[in-house]
Design a protein around this ligand. Structure first.
Ligand SMILES: Cc1cc2nc3c(=O)[nH]c(=O)nc-3n(C[C@H](O)[C@H](O)[C@H](O)COP(=O)(O)O)c2cc1C
Length: 372
């Protein structure tokens, strides 16, 4: 497969990024892309939040916004796939162009603005695969023009509780004005109160085991904000955190082509920042709390570094753009070589090893900058 991709890559990179993305979805749908030799190694297994993951590597939200290809994505080797963000009503998103590749920085800036087909369409697709194996999370959001954003999340919980392996409450997209304010103070507490009550209510109704609810946060948070979010998620018994979404900072890409475009930065330049915030959350939340690390994962080394910074699981998206569909298997192979070399019994054994070391460093430059 990597041979096929090495021919396709130069063509894809000449295309508009959204066109290239649509073609990659189409290839997955047709079954053109699938990985052979997906490593199955018991040392990679992670049991967290009541779910059992074959490996800790996940596809982050935003690639498969409309749940068109979750099973095909799982066949690339991912241990789990997160679809969405899905909003109650379909939404066009922002005017194009709204995705910018920055290949020399292994980064992307996007201001898509939750373009998606809405709850009904996505739920119908997920119903069709409901009996299939594989961990598929659903990331939910609020419509841009909604008069009741908290209500939109509650609707999302009700709609997807029975269909999702887990639910992610995304309050950290920089591309829906005001959305990130839900990460703060009494708004956050009220949101979490309603969301968790909706989850418990929906679970009681179906007599099913309640599905874990994760909250996805931004990397552009101060230490005080991190502390406050940690207290709020513990108080409301949220099941886990995803750290992090894209960044408003342009540290590391200043002066580069497209760096002045509005939107969220992802990929290599946000690795250090998002890992620092991850470590800070691990310290604030203690060892029992499930955390998913995202932001600049592109190799076995960076995936393991996220786990050492406090992550139980990791996710990536931007590296898939540059590394192609064979990347998940390459990362898993590298993780296995690492386990062989170090003699660790499980990948979870390395978790938290570097939390204190990371937090003892100076906070990454540009951190806390341009907070929205
Ligand atoms: C084009 C694009 C679209 C994205 N859309 C979403 C989204 O709809 N919901 C969401 O929670 N995160 C979204 N993200 C953020 C990713 O899920 C991820 O948190 C972030 O990009 C950091 O990981 P990465 O550096 O591996 O890309 C998007 C990222 C990109 C690049």
């Amino acid at each position: 497969m990597s041979r096929l991709y090495s021919f396709a890559r130069p063509v894809l990179f000449k295309l508009d990024p959204e066109r290239a993305h649509a073609l990659s979805l189409e290839a997955l749908k047709r079954g053109v892309l699938r990985s052979r030799n997906i490593p199955l190694d018991a040392r990679l297994r992670v049991d967290v939040a009541g779910l059992s993951f074959a490996n800790p590597l996940g596809l982050a939200a935003g690639y498969d916004k409309n749940a068109e290809v979750p099973d095909a994505a799982l066949r690339l080797g991912f241990g789990f796939v997160e679809v969405g963000t899905v909003t109650p009503l379909p939404q066009e998103g922002n005017p194009r162009p709204r995705i910018f590749r920055m290949p020399e920085s292994f980064a992307v800036i996007n201001r898509l603005g939750f373009n998606n087909e809405g709850h009904a369409e996505v739920a119908e697709r997920l119903e069709k695969r409901a009996r299939k194996a594989g961990i598929v999370g659903v990331n939910i959001g609020a419509n841009k023009d909604s008069a009741d954003r908290i209500g939109d999340y509650v609707t999302g919980i009700h709609r997807f509780e029975a269909l999702a392996s887990y639910l992610t409450v995304n309050i950290s997209s920089p591309n829906t004005p005001g959305l990130r304010d839900l990460q703060k103070g009494s708004d956050l507490d009220r949101l979490l109160e309603h969301v968790m009550a909706a989850r418990d209510g929906a679970a009681a109704l179906t007599a099913m085991k309640p599905k874990p609810v994760f909250v996805k946060v931004a990397p552009d948070l101060s230490m005080e904000e991190i502390e406050a979010i940690a207290q709020a998620v513990l108080k409301r018994r949220v099941d886990g955190l995803i750290v992090s979404n894209t960044s408003l900072s342009r540290h590391g890409v200043e002066g580069r082509r497209f760096s002045d475009e509005a939107g969220g930065l992802s990929g290599r330049p946000i690795f250090t920042r998002s890992s620092y915030v991850l470590a800070a959350f691990r310290r604030a939340l203690g060892p029992a709390f499930p955390i998913v690390g995202a932001g600049g994962v592109e190799s076995a080394r960076t995936a393991i570094a996220k786990i050492e910074a406090g992550a139980d699981l990791v996710q990536f998206y931007t590296a898939l753009v540059y590394g192609g569909p064979a990347l998940p298997v390459r990362i898993l192979d590298g993780m296995i070589r690492f386990l062989d070399k170090t003699g660790a019994d499980t990948i979870g054994q390395v978790r938290d090893r570097k939390v204190e070391e990371i937090l003892a460093r100076e906070p990454p430059i540009g951190w806390e900058a341009r907070r929205a």
